[in-house]
Design a protein around this ligand. Structure first.
Ligand code: FMN
Length: 183
């Protein structure tokens, strides 16, 4: 089983890299899953600009970068979105990346790890609505890291509660993906 950990910010100096690494380290401690960090910045996706909505393109995209993104997501059995909160909502770059996809996401289990002044929970609530459009199963457990108390000069300093929540999130995500795979 492969979990894709999506680094959902493309800003220079983004915290997303640090948070995704922390999530990847927790996944690496488990013998029952493989994982891959998918850094959005590495894909350099254009804005959705096709005359036909992407969902109707049958996963045949007019950009090599989008095709690569589609293939990478399709290869994952479950996803963890590492998401900041921008202006009390989801970050545009990650929303655009999701807007390119459709079949690659259908029914796929997912989990959300957020960060922000209030843990990024407003973005998470929006993601839950958005991902429901793909009939994704977003597990209940989430991790919401507080910018002021769980980071120290760019390094992550999670509370015991957040570390425990990450383990529970992984447990729930793997259970959901196993159920989907009929295992
Ligand atoms: C455009 C923008 C809007 C932001 N809006 C919020 C916000 O609404 N709530 C919040 O908690 N933090 C907000 N922040 C601060 C981010 O949480 C902080 O910059 C964080 O590091 C962003 O994640 P990133 O470094 O991975 O891009 C905002 C940052 C940016 C760049």
């Amino acid at each position: 089983m492969k979990i894709g950990i999506v680094e959902g910010s493309v800003r220079e100096g983004r915290l997303a890299t640090t948070v995704a690494r922390w999530v990847a380290d927790a996944a690496a401690r488990r013998a029952d899953v493989d994982h891959e960090v998918l850094a959005l910045a590495d894909f350099d996706l254009p804005f959705v600009d096709t005359p036909t909505p992407p969902a109707a393109l049958g996963a045949q995209y007019p950009y090599e970068s989008v095709q690569r993104w589609s293939t990478a997501i399709d290869a994952c059995d479950a996803l963890i979105l590492v998401t900041p909160e921008y202006n009390h909502g989801v970050p545009g770059a990650l929303k655009n990346a999701i807007d390119w996809l459709s079949g690659e996401l259908q029914n796929k289990p997912a989990a959300l790890v957020s960060y922000g002044a209030d843990g990024g929970v407003r973005a998470v609530e929006q993601w839950r609505q958005i991902l429901a459009n793909f009939n994704m199963h977003v597990v209940r457990s989430q991790v919401a890291l507080n910018l002021f108390t769980e980071f120290d000069d760019g390094a992550i300093a999670p509370t015991e509660r957040s570390s425990g929540a990450l383990d529970t999130l992984l447990e729930q995500l793997i259970a959901s993906a196993s159920l989907r795979a009929g295992k």
